[in-house]
Ligand binder design. Structure first.
Ligand SMILES: CCCCC/C=C\C\C=C/C=C/C=C/[C@@H]1O[C@H]1CCCC(=O)O
Ligand SMILES: N[C@@H](CCC(=O)N[C@@H](CS)C(=O)NCC(=O)O)C(=O)O
Length: 104
């Protein structure tokens, strides 16, 4: 049974690691700009990193749900490939947004 979902599981773990990376970037920016929770404002650099992380988090449940439903009911390899592409575009989105709001 496991080989029927191993690609989906791999993309899921990669997605979780990416989300952890985004969270760690926010934690780093909070330290750097001395912005303690619950504050979310105070420096434009922090605010962009924060918004990029929150935006990626908001779409993460939808992404994981679609990945598994598409992978099980449609085609595992195609769903996993689309998932990988999504994670790559999310990384580029995060890095672009962190650099400049126009870079989203
Ligand atoms: C599945 C991997 C999980 C990745 C997340 C790893 C650790 C998260 C857990 C606790 C992190 C606490 C960080 C707190 C930050 O130092 C706080 C920022 C406060 C800024 C300040 O007042 O100087
Ligand atoms: N969205 C989080 C992402 C990073 C994170 O998980 N930070 C931890 C350690 S500073 C936290 O407890 N944040 C408090 C919060 O989000 O209100 C944040 O803004 O801090």
């Amino acid at each position: 049974m496991r080989h029927q979902v191993d690609l989906l599981a791999t993309v899921t773990v990669l997605g979780v690691l990416e989300q952890a990376y985004f969270a760690l970037q926010v934690i780093r920016a909070r330290r750097q700009y001395r912005i303690s929770p619950p504050r979310t404002t105070g420096h434009p650099e922090f605010e962009r990193i924060f918004r990029a992380q929150v935006n990626c988090s908001e779409y993460f449940p939808i992404f994981i749900s679609l990945l598994w439903v598409a992978g099980i009911f449609f085609h595992q390899a195609v769903a996993a490939a689309c998932g990988l592409l999504y994670l790559y575009t999310r990384l580029r989105y995060f890095q672009g947004y962190a650099a400049a709001a126009q870079g989203r």
